[in-house]
Design a protein around this ligand. Structure first.
Ligand code: NAD
Length: 474
């Protein structure tokens, strides 16, 4: 079996700390893993929901008993601060209950009339791709519903977080997952490309727009492979003049800088009604300046390093474009540590026009832009002036203003008096435009893991009266 390169995972907070070494799967190794998952599919499909539920529930018990271990591994491998790593680790077990409860309800048979029924069948072998920024929770958000609905899975963790991916797969084995039902292939883009080309029935992907686009291209001649794309964002917050300013500042700062800005829902664009523009900016800058940057496991640290030196270089390059885009830099906080550590950055613009790549592209670091707006409708239009459509927030004391935004702002997530990074696994989660292809994950993930089959059903025998005109009796 071909295993060519060795993938080495290094901690971003300590370059000498090798978290693990993994054999990268080449084409032959990927094909072999897919073949094992294919062979395991009929038995897992036919095992029935009770048998599958038992394995999923054992996994949930194991995951909740080992939250601390997973917290430390996430912090070490991708650099998340302890509170942040722990909040991710705590999401793994509850995902199972949500999937088995509300998730499976969505794919219960439909029976709209006597003799009519629709059932939902598993698709077969599903490829799951994970991003580095939620290396446990987000692949789990595809894997749990895929397995619960009777599919088998080939999982490719991010090459930046292979150890977390391997840890998750080991917990499934501990839970008694039969051989072949969950296969893991480690590696980078080459392994990802091989998996997309392989004999899989679907691709459940969380990652960047660029890779999502490459997957769309790679599957143009394979329309039977369903693609669920959970991609990037350029998320916005509207701060109305009547907002509770301390709330607005706190939610904005968390949304800009949690996970060192490396969240798909991170706030990049903040539209502030003119009367509160200056006080909001002043308070936000003060909070961003005060955010504690440090090694992930140091007590009291808000944000750790970026996940890699390459991510740091890209952030610096984007920051360098702010002036050319017409922005005025309010601050870039010195993290007091070498790359890939960074501090928060804030830039202000005088109008809402967003033409420059600095304003339009996903940056994936703690960097946001402030724009003044005259009223809510201008703010709504400015939020929608984006290639992405993942998350937005409205901070206002007026429910009516918030309700006005619902359905007018084109995002999959729209929060009220909560930042953009808040999301619930009990709700759908996805976006439009470059944020995804309208197959939301979250609780609705069971839908893309299954295919409906429609049935007209009858127990009656032959009825001569039902013969169409001109048709002889048999
Ligand atoms: P990425 O696109 O670089 O990588 C994601 C996965 O795709 C990795 O496993 C990678 O090895 C693989 N890959 C890379 N090139 C490939 C190719 N050509 N063919 C097949 N596979 C390939 O993303 P990332 O840097 O790990 O994650 C950050 C991105 O993910 C950001 O854009 C972020 O917004 C997005 N994200 C989205 C969500 C969401 O739910 N919408 C959640 C988290 C992160």
């Amino acid at each position: 079996m071909g295993m060519s390169e060795i993938l080495e995972s290094v901690s971003p907070s300590a370059p000498s700390d090798v978290v693990g070494r993994f054999a990268a799967a080449d084409d032959a190794a990927v094909a072999a893993a897919v073949a094992r998952a294919r062979a395991a599919f009929p038995a897992w499909r036919d095992a029935g929901s009770d048998a599958r539920t038992a394995v999923l529930e054992r996994f949930a018990r194991i995951a909740s008993a080992r939250v601390e271990e997973l917290t430390l591994l996430i912090a070490r491998e991708v650099g998340k601060a302890r509170w942040d790593a722990e909040s991710e680790a705590r999401l793994v077990a509850p995902k199972i209950a949500v999937t088995l409860g509300d998730g499976m309800k969505l794919v219960e048979p439909l029976a709209p009339a006597p003799g009519q029924r629709a059932t939902y069948r598993p698709r077969g072998v599903l490829a799951v791709y994970g991003p580095f920024n939620f290396p446990a929770h987000l692949p789990n958000g595809h894997i749990a519903p895929a397995l619960a609905t009777g599919n088998t899975v080939v999982f490719k963790p991010s090459e930046i977080a292979p150890a977390v991916g391997a840890w998750m797969a080991e917990r499934w084995r501990d839970a008694g997952m039969p051989d072949g039902v969950l296969e893991v292939v480690q590696g980078g883009p080459d392994t990802g490309r091989a998996l997309a080309r392989a004999d899989v029935d679907g691709i459940l992907f969380t990652g960047s727009y660029a890779t999502g686009r490459a997957l769309l291209e790679a599957t143009l001649d394979a329309p039977q492979k369903i693609l669920a794309l959970e991609l990037g964002g350029s998320n916005a917050i509207i701060v109305c003049a009547d907002a509770d300013l301390d709330l607005a500042v706190t939610e904005a700062a968390i949304s800009i800088a949690a996970t060192t800005g490396q969240r798909c829902t991170a706030a990049r664009r903040i539209f502030v009604e003119r009367p509160v523009r200056e006080p909001f900016q002043e308070k936000l800058a003060a909070v961003l300046r005060g955010l504690r940057v440090g090694a992930p496991l140091e007590p009291g640290v808000f944000m750790g390093p970026l996940a890699s030196l390459a991510a740091h270089a890209r952030l610096e390059q984007m920051r360098g474009l702010a002036a050319a885009a017409g922005g005025e830099r309010v601050l870039t906080v010195d993290p007091g540590r070498p790359p890939p550590y960074t501090g928060a950055g804030l830039v202000r613009f005088e109008a809402t026009a967003q033409r420059h790549p600095y304003q339009r592209e996903e940056i994936f670091g703690p960097e946001a832009a402030l724009y003044p707006v005259d009223d809510l409708d201008e703010a709504i239009a400015a939020v929608n002036d984006s290639d992405y459509g993942l998350a937005a927030s409205v901070i206002t004391c007026s429910r009516a203003k918030y309700e006005r935004c619902i359905g007018r702002i084109r995002t999959g997530v729209l929060n009220w008096n909560k930042g953009t990074v808040g999301a619930s696994g009990r709700l759908p989660f996805g976006g439009s435009g470059k944020s995804g292809n309208d197959r939301p994950a979250g609780v609705t993930a069971t839908l893309y893991c299954t295919a409906p089959q429609a049935h007209l059903e009858s127990e009656a025998g032959f009825a001569p009266s039902a013969l169409p005109p001109g048709m002889p009796r048999p």
